[in-house]
Design a protein around this ligand. Sequence first.
Ligand code: MN
Ligand code: MN
Length: 462
Amino acid sequence: MMRETAWKSYDEATMKEVFSLADAYKQFISQCKTERECVKEAVRMAEAAGYVDLEEVIKSGKILKANDKVYANNMGKTLALFHIGQEPLENGMNILGAHVDSPRLDLKQVPLYEDGELAQLDTHYYGGIKYYQWVTLPLAIHGVVVKKDGSVIDVCIGEDDNDPVVGISDLLIHLSADQMTKKASRVIEGEDLNVMAGSIPLKGEEKEAVKANVLRILKDRYDMDEDDFLSAELEVVPAGKARDYGLDRSMVMGYGHDDRICAYTSLYALLKQNEVQRTAVCLLVDKEEVGSIGATGMQSKFFENSVAEVLDRMNDYSELKVRRALKNSKMLSSDVSAAFDPNYASVMEKNNAAYFGKGIVFNKYTGSRGKSGCNDANAEYLGELRAIMEQEKVFFQTAELGKVDQGGGGTIAYILAQYDMDVIDSGIALHNMHAPWEVASKADIYEATKAYQAFLKHAGTK
Ligand code: MN
Ligand code: MN
């Protein structure tokens, strides 16, 4: 049952493909560090591949037919793309899903203050992070500020070589006698993740002159006032580009692999389709890291509504057909897995761990403490997927997230499964999951795109 590494199977031409795909992916995650930036870029890529906005199709009254391509954009944070198939939609869709939000530090609504003649920005962390990993790193600020007149200002500070970066301080080792005795969860506390913003006082200003100077800079550069923070979404993320990792360049180190690595490869696979028998779908969703809630999380009715709109545009709408389309669908719900790490072998069970370079990971179930909260994919569905992967010569592996009693995690799989469709957790294995800089294997990125293409082509066709 030991699975082979994909690397040994690659000839020279394939190696070139593997590395050039990784280059394109590195560019994507270097540029897209928020859910909004991911959706914006995904729309750009989709339009270049012939996709049109579903809203425009609705407005024009155009009827959709086989091979038409549309996308539905939900508030700029969630995207559903449909490549209409030859079969009626009620026969079901082949759906690739992943999330585009990643762990980070969000600026609070009243973030800016001055203390000790230094300007600081207060944050509220988003998703599960180890606080101590986020200090003494170059950080960037990405996001939007919405003015009262509705205008939206895009903010990105810390990515251009000429930009400053920001960061969070840590205590010098010389004075850390008390700190070093604390538990790792308390060494740095969530409330202490304050971002350094400036130290020059504004001339002629008596009170809080350093803060005033930062506000002056924000006014000059973004025409924003202090109270505009109230209607802003500013995310503090690691500054800098994704890089090749390892002396052999076999891996990618970057921010936000979780889960943009599955989002990018899923989108890539969808955009590569020529003609599809069953309607092919890619779902890129927000808010997975905080429970998939809200209008832009997977629990929102957005996807179901979009399916209804698409059926209506095909002149084929009925409530029953919406339900059948969802029920008869098959889904790869993709999210990152933990790759075996020799530094932390004790939390893994080697026979059921994922390994770098062995291809896309299928997790029959996730969950924690006795599979609690998991989506347990049917054996029949796994049988179908194994056959598809073998037919298209895709490297795949199966895994659990660590030892039975070590912890666990959840994904969006269970939400789609509520429609009574076949859903399985799948995805790419990482080192350093949820750390500022995560690591993935280029072979796994490549095999994932092959797996997703094979799935879109064959799933549900037998
Ligand atoms: Mn994830
Ligand atoms: Mn995660």
